[in-house]
Design a protein around this ligand. Structure first.
Ligand code: ADP
Ligand code: MG
Length: 845
């Protein structure tokens, strides 16, 4: 009940309006006098959940008479309910009402909800979720993500106390993590103020039954390498009777030329498909890395026991007839589980279709699979049939590296495989098709790690809210489990596909094309209307049309019939031809504002475009092709796809996919910037008792940057830039808006009278080859000759090492003595001197 919940909250340092309960009118008066008016009276009864609805809340009581009347009135309304007493609490000042809750999700465990309270929560459902524990970044995102964020920022002309709110969210999260018996917790409302907050109502449900995950056996941290790259495989249940699954598995392994040893095990055969067969796996003399089990379910426990005895570490159980079939199967499955936990081996399946690893010529599928090309996509699918379907249908346009089917995932889960694929160099994009997430919290952790390195795209079935159980708290009712799925995916940086078509569209682009380095898109089309459709979707996807430099525009105009008006989308009209498109693209990719391209071509002429379009140097910028009604030109579409350019049937889909790539790339940058900032923070130093903080220069620093430039003397600027230099907003934009993959600008910052100020800036600019950087540094005049240049350079050289840079080059004018001295100090060698320029370089170990 409210007063008990508030007591627990108070004990955890959360501020509430109090938890006193009066059992008589006089006691209520005494409490009110002690608290000070105005006060609030509320019914306290285990039978009343929604107190206001039944008249159990009396607000703003300003004197003794009010309290007496309210007390009597409440009592008169609750004749049949059990009454514990009447709660007396301080009346909180008005503020912004929010709701904070915790519920427990079957797969992800404790989940935190935050949103605006009152009708915002009930009618507009303006709430957001995160799986716990939650990082500082996730907290910020959570607060910024709700639609009512603008109210938080500007409530009655004042911003609410965001840091107090964050502190509160952390306290609530910690409470839920520390006490697993708290099944649900809800503060509704919490009143947020420009300074601080107050929880005026609280509710908690406690459940002492241990949660399901507490019974799970903790996973050992070991690599699954031998499961995906075994040197020897035994197949229990191998046969040469055509049509049987044990035949198909053997046939697949042999015909795809599995490079390791194969041991068919079958007690009735001497040979299987020309290979010596063994009566039992125990008869195999050499060690066996992995075993595929395809015997009937009833015989599986014995087969698995033999494998364990043989010392096989990885088992792939492809037989069906386990937990998916009913009680008897469930029993066998749990026996097997106990067995493998005892023996310490890992098991994929049961009821799966094994693994395909094209980089290891290994096909374990139960369906016959013919030729496959090697590729960079990793696919994790629950159902073997789904994976097989994709493979048959899509192998013309998608190239897979590893396909893993997980079936009933009794042991090895989607998170385990995701973790492995994250480390496998052959895999560059990962797709997951899942019906349920059983690895919950671990999935969030692993996906969060992996998605920093490569894109992870998830298609999760069961988006609808069907089957939602009736629950008593808003938190639980608003947490239709799909909301929690979405939150968990967002939190871990995973891209969520809405359906199969969307998944394949994303996969084709992510696996074949580089990521865009900015939002500008050049669209080349043969018809204005498809260009408009692309444009609309670009802007909805947070992209925009590129603004080409005027000299490039002129050159493009010369490729067009002169009546056509040159702009982006470049409309070549129906007379468009491959050579013309090639010329336009080659001019367009030179623009600084073109970060990616969409080319819309006529379906009936697609054939003539394939070689031209796939032969162009796009300078590392992604290109997607759109052919309306491509379904009818599949032969040419396939040729184009196989040569690396994805083809979409609508410009909207092409634009949307580009938008997703851009979003991923931004997210990637954000993470990179964070990690570089952490590194720089550790390399910060003190000069003359002043703390000099190092951090990345970002777009938000434009004002500080302008101030910095203005603080430098013309001579200092000239020595650094070798030309007169002044700070205009355009130049500030160019110098501060930095792509962290191409360039790192390190700002040295001090705080002076409470204001931040930049005193030096150094840059590491990536050049060709990509493990070389160009180094430059400038120190403001008042800070020169205090070893700031040297300290900053030392930190930058550390950073370069951290980034695996091999060579640091620095070019300067010979009379820039301070810089030359710094470079000498770090043993830069002179590469060349030309007129008054000097080029020095340092090889890092
Ligand atoms: P319930 O949710 O059970 O109906 P609450 O305790 O949340 O009851 O009270 C209903 C509403 O009354 C709250 O949403 C809040 O607006 C207001 N309220 C409740 N307690 C206080 C209080 N101590 N100070 C100010 N307003 C309050
Ligand atoms: Mg309430």
């Amino acid at each position: 009940m409210e007063h008990e919940s508030k007591q627990i909250l108070e004990n955890s340092g959360i501020k509430t309006t109090g938890s006193m309960v009066a059992s008589s009118e006089d006691e209520a008066i005494e409490m009110s006098t002690n608290l000070g008016y105005p006060v609030v009276l509320k019914i306290v009864s285990p039978d009343v959940v929604h107190k206001t609805d039944s008249g159990g809340v009396k607000l703003n009581l300003t004197n003794e008479a009010d309290v007496r009347k309210a007390y009597q009135d409440i009592l008169s309304r609750f004749k049949t309910e059990r009454i514990i007493g009447i709660s007396v609490q301080k009346m909180a000042f008005p503020g912004l009402e929010a709701i904070i809750g915790v519920t427990r999700d079957a797969s992800f465990g404790p989940v935190l909800m935050f949103g605006l309270g009152g009708i915002f929560a009930e009618v507009l459902k303006d709430v957001t979720f995160r799986v716990l524990p939650i990082s500082e970044d996730s907290l910020d995102e959570m607060i910024e993500e709700i639609k009512g964020y603008s109210l938080l920022k500007g409530y009655r002309g004042q911003s609410i106390d965001i840091s107090a709110l964050k502190g509160l969210l952390i306290k609530v999260s910690n409470l839920a993590i520390m006490y697993p018996e708290i099944a649900e917790l809800e503060l509704n409302p919490v009143i947020l103020y420009p300074s601080g907050y107050l929880a005026v109502d609280a509710r908690m449900f406690v459940d002492f039954a241990p949660s399901k995950s507490a019974l799970e056996v903790p996973k050992k941290k070991e690599t699954l390498f031998q499961l995906f790259y075994p040197q020897s495989i035994a197949v229990l249940g191998a046969t040469d009777s055509k049509g049987k699954l044990g035949y198909n598995v053997m046939w697949n392994l042999i015909s795809h030329q599995f490079p390791g040893k194969l041991y068919p095990v079958n007690s009735h055969k001497e040979t299987v498909l020309g290979l010596k067969a063994y009566k039992s796996i125990l008869d195999v003399e050499d060690p066996v890395d992995a075993a595929i089990i395809i015997v009937p379910a009833g015989a599986a426990p014995k087969a698995i026991e033999d494998c364990c005895e043989k010392g096989v570490k990885f088992l792939v159980v492809e037989s069906a007839g386990f937990a998916e079939t009913g009680e008897a199967g469930r029993k066998i499955q749990s026996d097997i589980k106990e067995l493998i936990i005892r023996k310490g081996c890992r098991l994929l399946g049961p009821n799966c279709s094994g693994i395909i690893n094209t980089h290891h010529n290994m096909v374990q599928s139960i369906g016959v699979i013919d030729q496959l090309r090697k590729g960079n996509i990793g696919l994790i699918a629950q159902a073997g049939v789904y994976a097989a379907g994709i493979l048959t249908g899509l192998r013309n346009v998608l190239d897979f590296g590893i396909i893993a089917t997980i079936g009933n995932k009794m042991d090895v889960s989607e998170a385990d495989i995701l973790e492995f694929m994250g480390q496998d160099q052959n895999i560059e994009v990962i797709a997951l098709y899942m019906e349920d997430v059983t690895s919950g919290q671990r999935f969030v952790d692993v996906a969060g790690q992996v998605s920093q390195k490569k894109p992870v795209i998830v298609l999760k079935a069961g988006r609808t809210e069907a089957g939602k159980k009736a629950v008593s708290s808003h938190t639980a009712s608003m947490a239709g489990s799909d909301e929690i799925n979405s939150a968990a995916f967002r939190q871990s940086g995973v891209i969520r596909a809405r359906d199969n078509e969307h998944l394949f569209s994303l996969l084709r682009a992510f696996s074949k094309q580089p990521l865009p380095k900015g939002p500008g898109v050049l669209v080349v089309t043969y018809t204005g209307s498809l260009g408009v459709a692309a444009t609309d979707m670009l802007y909805t996807s947070n992209l925009r049309l590129s603004e080409l430099e005027s000299y490039l525009k002129k050159r493009i105009a010369s490729c067009l019939d002169d009546y056509l008006n040159i702009q982006n989308p470049v409309d070549c009209s129906f007379s468009m031809n491959p050579e013309q498109v090639k010329k336009i693209i080659e001019i367009g990719v030179q623009s600084k504002d073109v970060h990616s391209l969409i080319v819309i071509v006529q379906g009936e002429m697609l054939d003539s475009y394939v070689d031209t379009l796939t032969g162009i140097n796009y300078m590392g910028k992604p290109v997607l092709c759109c052919v309306a009604c491509k379904e009818f030109m599949m032969e040419h579409v396939i040729r184009m796809e196989q040569k690396g350019i994805p083809v979409y049937s609508t410009p909207e889909m092409a634009a949307e996919v580009l938008g997703e790539m851009h979003r991923y790339s931004l997210q990637h940058h954000k993470i990179r910037i964070k990690s570089l900032d952490r590194f720089l923070e550790d390399n910060s130093f003190t000069i003359a008792n002043r703390k000099v903080r190092l951090r990345l220069l970002t777009q938000r620093d434009m004002d500080l940057w302008m101030e910095f430039v203005n603080s430098c003397s013309p001579r200092s600027l000239w020595l650094r830039f070798l030309s007169p230099f002044s700070a205009t907003p355009e130049i500030a934009q160019r110098f501060c808006n930095i792509n962290p993959d191409e360039e790192v600008a390190v700002a040295a910052e001090i705080t002076e009278e409470g204001r931040k100020k930049l005193i030096a800036i150094a840059r590491l600019i990536t050049c060709q080859p990509r493990d070389e950087v160009e180094y430059a540094v400038i120190v403001t005049d008042s800070w020169q000759q205090q070893k700031l240049g040297r300290m900053l350079s030392k930190a930058c050289l550390n950073l370069a090492k951290h980034l695996d840079v091999r060579v640091v080059n620095a070019e300067t004018i010979q009379e820039n003595f301070p810089i030359v001295r710094v470079l000498n100090h770090f043993h830069f060698k002179i590469e060349s001197k030309e007129r008054n320029m000097i080029l020095m370089s340092l090889e890092l170990k």
